[in-house]
Structures are given as structure tokens and as C-alpha cells.
Design a binder for this molecule. Structure first.
Ligand code: HEM
Length: 436
């Protein structure tokens, strides 16, 4: 379907075949991202990976992230961080469980995901008191909210004065400045501690992303990599990696609470694999096929980014008989594709079993299921996200039995959109410890 948003032609793709045309057959033509004023303000002139224009700069940033930050090996090296944070979440929930107060699961999920991303990216948690903690959390919230808004000026340039008078650009500039100061401080602390370690002959066995980026900067040859680029990449990890990852947990738990039989089947699997050994390790997850199916089914019915991240055509092209001009924005409706009755049996039913004896995966080869996109601009954070989602969800159903709160006997599945697609109301449930 070809629409016009103001001055901009927008192609909406809603079938697996057309998604394949855009993201595989003509991927190169559709590898650009539209320029957005908000990302220019918040992300150093869009110098991050997700928003930068297709070209040499993007290629260098992307390969840096894929090779050094988000590779399988690097993601696995953070298994202890994820295990520790999942265990910490259990302790927090136990405090609530003893008072039978309904627990705000949405808050728990956003907190644990944020702690994991902060520890991996910046080296420590930035939540719950301590120097700079609240300031950073507040800034991240505002950053996400602003980045998720659509500016009318991007579509109708002569109306961009509206964004000036509604104060959103000014607010974004203030948030960008404060985040910039915060990241400068984090980087300076890392540089200081690197020097100290060098002088004392200490070696840290797990580097966080700032450590990795600092070592890449000092060894980078032949491409433009400065502190600005480093800060843009770090912010990308929060912008692209936090909300998207935690909303999967929110939707998965909402579906499980609505379907006790599915919840019990998952609990049986997790408890059989782990027994009463206490906390789950990532080694255990390898044996949890139903858990993986639950996460896939959640991403099928509730993709975190239902229309992915917009692409833009770099030149005119004929697609399915239609002329698509250069500069056309493309929205791939991943939700429509993943619920298309031509590809899926009972498409609107939550049935994790459909993935048990199936090779269909979200790695970007099966175009009927593309929650992480595909092709050159496909999500490089798939391993990172699934590692977090698997351990948190497994831990939650292993340690506790769950019941809807007395206040809400029905799960309210209404949606709202920020950076990612959220439940509109916080998910509340009562936890009863299983192993006491
Ligand atoms: C469940 C969680 C996640 C979902 C559903 C998701 C989904 C997506 C999607 C749909 C895109 C655009 C793909 C395209 O245009 O074809 C994308 C891009 C991206 N994602 Fe993710 N993502 C998730 C988690 C993460 C994580 C954890 C990170 C990093 C820590 C990350 C980093 C990125 C980056 C850097 C891009 C931009 C890639 C580029 O433009 O070259 N994502 N993601």
C-alpha cells in the first residue's frame, strides 16, 4: 500500500513475499534510514547505528558492534551478569510475595533489563540510589519518550515550527546535553580505572562495552572513530535494546497469566530441568525448548516493533509492478505478516507448540516471522535480547507460582506505543514462592 504522510511517500508492506522483496531481493536499495530531527538532536546528528544513513560510516559502526559488542562470544561472556541480576530479581519478588501485595511485573521487567544493560554497557547498575543513579534513569525515560515521538516537521517541513513552539526540540536538546555530560563522566571514569589497572598490572576478565570501545578506539586504523561515535553507540544500546527486550517479557507473562495450561507446561519444563538446585544457569536454558517456543510465539503475536524500524529507498525501483520513487519510506508490518492466515494456522491464537517441531526462526530467513527485521539492517542484538529474555522468564516461572491480582481478574491486553509496543496498563500479579 502506498500512502503519503505529508510530503513523504510511504510504502506499507504487509505480506511475507513483499517483505522478502524489500529486505532480501532489493535489500541494498532499501538499506537507508529516513532522517529524523529527533534522532539528530538526541543521537549526535544520527551518528548511531540504527539511524545513520547507509554508507561507509554506518558499515564501520555496524561491523564494530557485530564483531566486538554483540557477537555470540561477547554475549556469552556476560552470562554471569544475567544470572546474578535474575537471582537478584528473585530476592526482590520474595519481599513482596510474603505480603501478598500484587506485584507490578512491568516495573520488575523494565528494572531488571535496565540493570543488565547498564552493567554490560557501562560497568555498573544505575538504579536504586547511589551517585548519578536517579539522574540517569530519569534521563533515559525522557530520552526513550522523545525518541519514540513522531515530529510533524519530518513529514511536513514547513510545519516544523510546531515542534519548536510545543517545546519538544528544546526538551530533546536539554536531555541530549545532560546525557552527553553523563556519558563523558562514565568514559572518564573508565579511562582512569584502565590506567590504574595498567599501573597495578591487573587484568579484568570481563570488559564492559565502554572498555571494549576504548580499546577499539585506541587500535582503530583508517576510520573515523571518536568519542562522539562511542557515545552514540552506547546510547543505541539503550534506545534499541532496553524497551524492545523487556516488552517481550511483559507480553509473554501476560499471555501465560491468561493461559494457566501454557504456564504449567512451561513451569514443568523449567522445574524438571533445574530441579530444586536454586538459581538457573544459562547452561540449563539449552534444554528448554518450550521456553524458546513461548518467546517466539510472544514475538510473533506481539512484536516489540510492529512496523520494524523505517527504511528508505535510495533510488527509484519497480516493485511488484509499481514504480517506487527514491526517498520512499518503507514500513514493514511485521505483525500483519506474522498473523497472515496464508502463512499461519489459527494465527491469532497464542500456541507456542507451533514452533516445537518447526525450523521457523526469527533470524531473518523466514519472512513470515521477522520481529528482528532482516538483511543488512536487520537487528544485530538478537542474541543479546534472547539471552536476557530467556533467563528472566525461566527464573520467574521457576521460583514462583503466579496468579492474577484480586484487583484485576482479567489481563488488560490493551496496547500503547513508546519506543516499543507496551501493555497500556502495568501488569499486576501475585507471586507465591514455589520452593518454601
Ligand atoms: C526483543 C528485542 C529486540 C527486538 C524485537 C529488536 C528489533 C529490531 C528491529 C526490527 C530492527 C530494525 C531491523 C531492520 O530494519 O530490518 C532493529 C535494529 C537494531 N537493533 Fe534491535 N531489537 C531488539 C533488541 C536489540 C538489542 C538488545 C540491541 C543491542 C543491545 C539491539 C540493537 C539494534 C541496532 C543497533 C539496530 C540497528 C541496526 C542497523 O540499522 O543497522 N536490538 N532491532
Amino acid at each position: 500500500m502506498l500512502l503519503h504522510f505529508g510530503n513523504v511517500p510511504v510504502l506499507v508492506v504487509s505480506s511475507a513475499d513483499m517483505a522478502e522483496e524489500v529486505m532480501k531481493t532489493h535489500d541494498l536499495v532499501f538499506s537507508n534510514r529516513p532522517r529524523r530531527k529527533m534522532s539528530d538532536i538526541l543521537l549526535y546528528d544520527s551518528k548511531d547505528i540504527a539511524n545513520s544513513a547507509y554508507g561507509e560510516y554506518w558499515r564501520q559502526m555496524r561491523s564494530l558492534a557485530v564483531l566486538h559488542l554483540l557477537s555470540n562470544k561477547r554475549v556469552q561472556s556476560y552470562s554471569r551478569v544475567r544470572e546474578e541480576e535474575a537471582a537478584r530479581m528473585v530476592e526482590t519478588i520474595k519481599e513482596f510475595a510474603s505480603s501478598s501485595v500484587p506485584l507490578n511485573l512491568s516495573e520488575i521487567f523494565s528494572g531488571v533489563t535496565n540493570d543488565i544493560v547498564c552493567r554490560i554497557a557501562l560497568g555498573r547498575r544505575y538504579r536504586g540510589g547511589g551517585e548519578g543513579c536517579n539522574k540517569f534513569q530519569e534521563l533515559l525515560l525522557e530520552f526513550g519518550e522523545l525518541l519514540g515521538t513522531i515530529s510533524i516537521g519530518d513529514y511536513i517541513p514547513w510545519l516544523s515550527w510546531l515542534n519548536k513552539i510545543d517545546g519538544s526540540y528544546k526538551r530533546a536538546s536539554r536531555v541530549a546535553k545532560r546525557l552527553d555530560e553523563f556519558l563523558d563522566q562514565v568514559i572518564a571514569e573508565h579511562v582512569g580505572s584502565c590506567k590504574r589497572k595498567e599501573q597495578e598490572g591487573l587484568t579484568d576478565n570481563v570488559d564492559d562495552f565502554v572498555d571494549v570501545l576504548l580499546s577499539v578506539t585506541s587500535n582503530a586504523v583508517g576510520f573515523e572513530f571518536d568519542t562522539i561515535t562511542m557515545k552514540a553507540i552506547l546510547l543505541d544500546m539503550f534506545a534499541a535494546g532496553t524497551d524492545t527486550t523487556y516488552t517481550v517479557l511483559e507480553w509473554a507473562m501476560a499471555e501465560l497469566l491468561k493461559r494457566p495450561a501454557v504456564m504449567h507446561k512451561l513451569q514443568d519444563e523449567v522445574r524438571t530441568v533445574v530441579g530444586n538446585r536454586g538459581n538457573i544457569t544459562e547452561q540449563d536454558l539449552v534444554h528448554m525448548n518450550y521456553l524458546k517456543a513461548v518467546i517466539k510465539e510472544t514475538l510473533r503475536l506481539h512484536p516489540s516493533l510492529p512496523v520494524l524500524v523505517p527504511r528508505e529507498s535510495t533510488k527509484g525501483i519497480k516493485l511488484n509492478g509499481y514504480d517506487i520513487e527514491a526517498g520512499t519510506q518503507v514500513l514493514v508490518n511485521a505483525w500483519a505478516v506474522a498473523t497472515d492466515p496464508k502463512c499461519w494456522d489459527q494465527p491469532l491464537e497464542f500456541k507456542p507448540e507451533r514452533f516445537l517441531n518447526s525450523s521457523v526462526d526469527f533470524k531473518g530467513c523466514d519472512f513470515q516471522f521477522i520481529p528482528f527485521g532482516a538483511g543488512r539492517r536487520g537487528c544485530p542484538g538478537v542474541q543479546f535480547a534472547t539471552a536476557v529474555d530467556e533467563i528472566v522468564l525461566a527464573t520467574l516461572v521457576h521460583h514462583f507460582d503466579w496468579d492474577l491480582s484480586a484487583a484485576s481478574k482479567e489481563v488488560d491486553m490493551s496496547e500503547t506505543h513508546g519506543l516499543a509496543l507496551h501493555l497500556k496498563s502495568p501488569l499486576l500479579a501475585i507471586a507465591t514462592p514455589y520452593y518454601e
